[in-house]
Write a protein that binds this ligand. Structure first.
Ligand SMILES: Nc1ncnc2c1ncn2[C@@H]1O[C@H](COP(=O)(O)OP(=O)(O)OP(=O)(O)O)[C@@H](O)[C@H]1O
Length: 190
């Protein structure tokens, strides 16, 4: 396997994945890459436009909203490897079904689940984000309950981050990725 280990970031809509990634990308410019598969636009510089074969998630989950990831990234293995070949840590923002699909590959990512402190807090954050209708909110909360339940499976994730205090959650994320980040930085020097 060539290049840095990919990172899987999973968790209910509104748990704070985009918020955490935004901070990470700001602190470590150019270290991370995306593998975009289902796209309605041209890839941005640095993005790899994958074919989307092999690793899929159910259509409902694809309705995920995100400002940072307007398009879901459910890449093919080849697309992930293309990011690795650029010596970037490939970030996969996928739901739990996607996690299970990735587990069947030999991509060997670091699996991280981002979770809200409670469903009530999740609801408040989604309401405050002002991106949801009552119906989409209800769907997301139902999906979140299922997601949180399935996430309890032992060994599914290397790290579960409870995103209560954002700075604390971010430190946990950073700490877990630091070794891979350092390796990537070092390998670029040589
Ligand atoms: N620790 C936190 N404390 C308070 N608010 C937070 C925290 N983390 C994130 N938020 C807010 O919660 C909302 C949801 O976060 P975010 O959009 O990052 O979630 P997400 O997991 O990326 O969701 P989606 O999968 O729908 O894109 C945002 O408005 C964000 O500013």
């Amino acid at each position: 396997m060539q290049g840095p280990r990919p990172v899987v970031l999973s968790g209910p809509s509104g748990a704070g994945k985009s918020t955490l990634l935004k901070k990470l990308f700001k602190d470590y410019e150019n270290i991370f890459g995306f593998s975009v598969s289902h796209t309605t636009r041209q890839p941005r510089p640095g993005e790899v436009n994958g074919k989307g074969e092999g690793i899929h998630r159910p259509p409902m989950a694809m309705a995920g909203h995100s400002d940072l990831f307007p398009l879901c990234s459910v890449p093919s293995k080849a697309a992930v490897q293309a990011v690795q070949a650029q010596n970037q840590i490939c970030v996969l923002d996928i739901d739990i079904q996607g996690v299970k699909n990735i587990k069947r590959t030999d991509l060997n990512p670091i699996y991280i689940s981002v979770q809200p402190p409670s469903i009530d807090i999740l609801e408040k954050r989604l309401r405050d984000r002002k991106t949801e209708t009552e119906e989409s909110l209800r769907k997301r909360l139902t999906a979140a309950r299922v997601d949180l339940e399935l996430s309890k499976e032992p060994g599914l994730f290397d790290l579960v981050i409870i995103n209560d205090d954002l700075e604390k959650a971010y430190s946990e994320l950073k700490e877990t990725l630091l070794e891979e980040i350092k390796k990537t930085q070092e390998s670029r020097k040589s």
